[in-house]
Design a protein around this ligand. Sequence first.
Ligand code: FES
Ligand code: FES
Length: 160
Amino acid sequence: MITLSVNGVPRTLPIEPRVSLLDALRDRLDLTGTKKGCNQGACGACTVWVDKRRVLACLTLAITCEMREITTIEGLAGDGELHPMQTAFIERDAFQCGYCTPGQIMSAVAFLAEGHQPDDPQIKEWMSGNLCRCAAYPHIRAAIRQVHEASIAGGSDAAG
Ligand code: FES
Ligand code: FES
């Protein structure tokens, strides 16, 4: 048995040492917002945060996350309101099929929290682990810039 803290809620579950965090979230805890794309660290669809740092859940063993705080896309919205990055993705039409979107959003919020400048070269560099087969990249970049500009104007913490 291990206990994982997921989106602020402790979840105790029987789990074998070989089970990935991605499979634990999706198959054992029914948190299917986190997507399985390649399952080998190449696409970023499975991006979640562990202790507020982005990780690839398909390459992370669930057992290594005990005593750490896991945040998934389901935990990003608070008090019934979407996170500003979720709103910006909608407003900027930053997804088509939507399969990469949860990972993109988790990575985009972390990108700003890490203090990178949201110009095209920086976004391309630091979001390069998140692939979008629909090629919504210009819209994703626009959404990130929108959140950054709003955080400057409002003096708020875009990392929420
Ligand atoms: S599913 Fe984890 S990187 Fe593709
Ligand atoms: S929106 Fe389809 S893969 Fe990104």
